[in-house]
Design a protein around this ligand. Structure first.
Ligand SMILES: [Fe+2]
Ligand SMILES: [Fe+2]
Length: 168
């Protein structure tokens, strides 16, 4: 018998998946990234997003409560894959490329989160869980704004590093 048989089961499973991602981002990934990057604008953007991410964790936990459930993280294999790939790329690359590589990792993560929240808010909407939709939309909007910021910084850093390589 499959464990996930109703739309509500599926919603809770996906909610646990994003809870796992948000907690790892807040506790490990973002603090580590903040320590790694050398560009000031990128670092301060990551610091802002760390604060937002702590709120994302709280919002996701609240959605569990709204549905009368305990917050239960579900190990997210997709996100673990993104992290492994990133770690391997960093190992293989020269340190002058680290900031550009990290903008790529940040953009991939934001896109993952955006897809997750789009799906979750759609499912919550169809179940008539309007308060949950509001909380999920708060997170979704900040992920979209963050992706736009990351892309802007990534463009500048790519241009700078290409110029540096050309003049070296
Ligand atoms: Fe988030
Ligand atoms: Fe994010």
């Amino acid at each position: 018998m499959p464990e996930i048989t109703t739309p509500r089961d599926l919603f809770l499973h996906e909610l646990g998946d994003i809870l796992y991602v948000e907690r790892v981002l807040a506790e490990e990934t973002l603090p580590r990234l903040i320590g790694e990057v050398s560009d000031d604008e990128f670092r301060s953007g990551l610091e802002t997003h760390l604060e937002e991410t702590q709120q994302h964790v709280a919002n996701v936990e609240k959605v569990f409560e709204l549905l009368g459930e305990e917050p239960e993280p579900e190990k997210c294999i997709g996100f673990e894959g993104l992290k492994d790939e990133h770690d391997q790329l960093v190992e293989e690359s020269s340190s002058s490329l680290l900031d550009v590589i990290n903008t790529g990792a940040a953009a991939r993560t934001e896109n993952y989160e955006i897809a997750a929240y789009e799906g979750l808010r759609r499912m919550a909407k169809s179940m008539g869980e309007d308060e949950a939709v509001e909380l999920l939309d708060e997170n979704l909007k900040q992920e979209k704004d963050t992706l736009r910021e990351v892309e802007k910084i990534a463009t500048r850093l790519s241009n700078e590093s290409a110029k540096q390589a050309a003049s070296a």
